[in-house]
Write a protein that binds this ligand. Structure first.
Ligand SMILES: Nc1nc2c(c(=O)[nH]1)N(C=O)[C@@H](CNc1ccc(C(=O)N[C@@H](CCC(=O)O)C(=O)O)cc1)CN2
Ligand SMILES: Nc1ncnc2c1ncn2[C@@H]1O[C@H](COP(=O)(O)OP(=O)(O)OP(=O)(O)O)[C@@H](O)[C@H]1O
Length: 176
């Protein structure tokens, strides 16, 4: 588990070097899933992270309900709260809905990646936030969002890892 740290550092550096370029694109397969009222959990990228803006726009256009992750602290599972406009400062420079915003059950989870492989294995921030969210919402469609430079040949999944259903980069839509 600790050997993931150097890989994370390398992939964050590669990601940051590629930031400011083309961003992940929406595939028709994504749009075809969307329904009015469907709950789509997005995220607001921190500097360097791949930007899910195109996915957020597509979900809004389709009349989906948007949610954002709400972080309390490392041991507490993420909550997905209704994104209605007003946001407040959270940990790590994140902007998130106020704690009192309604909690929603996500049907699609747009997931920021630190790294990925073509089999749908994922490397995240290491706090286990998305691992636990996936365990809590097993029927949600898990879409990873990343830049192509964040791909690695193979990640060895841990027992708790739940693979992604799809990965979007600036150049392709990967269906493992
Ligand atoms: N945009 C965004 N929102 C998100 C996440 C994310 O990765 N990206 N999360 C995903 O879980 C959750 C928040 N968890 C996070 C965990 C760590 C870091 C972070 O900034 N890590 C530092 C290293 C921290 C350290 O170990 O000192 C870094 O990336 O440099 C950010 C968010 C929910 N919201
Ligand atoms: N379902 C779960 N319930 C409780 N703890 C979990 C669960 N899944 C993972 N964890 C814990 O969370 C940590 C996840 O570490 P890991 O390095 O796999 O994170 P990651 O998948 O890269 O990142 P993240 O999930 O934060 O995006 C581990 O310590 C693991 O024990």
């Amino acid at each position: 588990m600790t050997d993931k740290a150097p890989l994370r550092a390398r992939l964050r550096a590669a990601r940051d070097a590629a930031a400011g370029g083309r961003q992940p694109i929406v595939d028709e397969a994504f749009v075809l899933r969307l329904r009015p009222g469907m709950v789509v959990a997005a995220y607001l990228p921190t500097p360097g992270e791949a930007d899910p803006a195109a996915f957020i726009d597509a979900a809004r256009t389709m009349g989906c309900t948007l949610a954002l992750p709400f972080v309390v602290d490392r041991p507490t599972p993420l909550r997905f709260l209704h994104w209605q406009g007003q946001l407040v400062a959270g940990p790590f420079g994140l902007r998130q809905p106020p704690a009192a915003a309604p909690e929603l059950v996500p049907e699609i989870i747009l997931t920021p990646l630190v790294g990925f492989d073509r089999r749908g294995n994922r490397l995240g921030q290491g706090a286990g936030h998305y691992d636990r969210a996936f365990a809590q919402h097993p029927s949600a469609w898990r879409v990873g969002i990343a830049l192509g430079v964040q791909e690695v040949p193979a990640l060895t999944p841990d027992p708790w890892d739940v693979p992604l259903h799809a990965i979007a980069t600036e150049s392709e839509w990967i269906l493992p």
